[in-house]
Design a protein around this ligand. Structure first.
Ligand code: ATP
Length: 197
């Protein structure tokens, strides 16, 4: 069995996350899918506006439609959350074939990730297209990783133009966010008055 790790800030979990997780499940129907919200992304300067408890809860609500697990390991370990450390920890607990699920915008920054070359030996990458990252740039990045011995699989899915930043901005402006996030997440944001300064 393979294991798909899906890391991110999930602040909040939105329909783009849902679509890429579904595409990953379609590509690897028998895989174990684990959503791993970060304590703090090494690439995001600020602390998460919604805080760990709310982000974890929203991941759990988002995972309901997915047959996915949610792990609080990175949150418990504290940040910054380096993928190489997380993959090592999961490999220790369950030696298997690993895939790290990410979006194209994140994947093209891979050479800047901690212990990048070691990471390529530990896990493959399942990559979802994203509007802000041109296909040619994504293909060049995938080619570079493959030349270095890494495994890359591009997911077949139409781009989903949603970001957590846009959802937070909409919530802050008092707009309805239910078109951008799974409905249990929309209810949670409303009930807990998240992202409203
Ligand atoms: P923010 O807007 O706060 O930067 P985000 O929408 O990019 O957040 P993250 O939780 O940081 O969401 O993303 C986790 C992972 O999911 C990253 O690898 C990111 O590239 C990917 N991702 C997020 N949204 C999409 C999307 N709409 N399409 C494809 N990939 C996405």
């Amino acid at each position: 069995m393979s294991v798909i790790l899906f890391g991110g800030s999930f602040d909040p979990f939105h329909n783009g996350h849902l679509a890429m997780a579904q595409a990953a499940k379609t590509a690897f129907p028998a895989a174990r899918l684990v959503i791993v919200p970060a304590a703090r992304s090494p690439f995001k300067g600020h602390l998460a506006p919604a805080g760990n408890t709310h982000r974890l809860a929203m991941c759990r609500l988002g995972a309901q439609a997915l047959q996915a697990e949610v792990s609080d390991w990175e949150m418990q370990a504290g940040g910054p959350s380096y993928t190489v450390r997380t993959v090592r920890r999961f490999l220790q607990a369950q030696p298997d074939e690993y895939w790290f699920l990410c979006g194209a915008d994140s994947f093209v920054t891979l050479p800047m990730w901690r212990e990048y070359e070691a990471l390529l030996a530990l896990t493959g990458f399942l990559v979802a297209c994203r509007n802000d990252t041109p296909a040619l740039r994504l293909q060049a990045a995938a080619e570079q990783v493959r030349q270095q011995g890494g495994r890359v699989q591009l997911l077949a899915m139409p781009p989903v133009p949603v970001s957590s930043t846009a959802v937070r901005a909409a919530a802050r402006a008092g707009e309805d966010v239910s078109a951008f996030v799974p409905s249990p997440v929309a209810r949670y944001i409303q009930e807990n008055k998240l992202y409203q300064e």
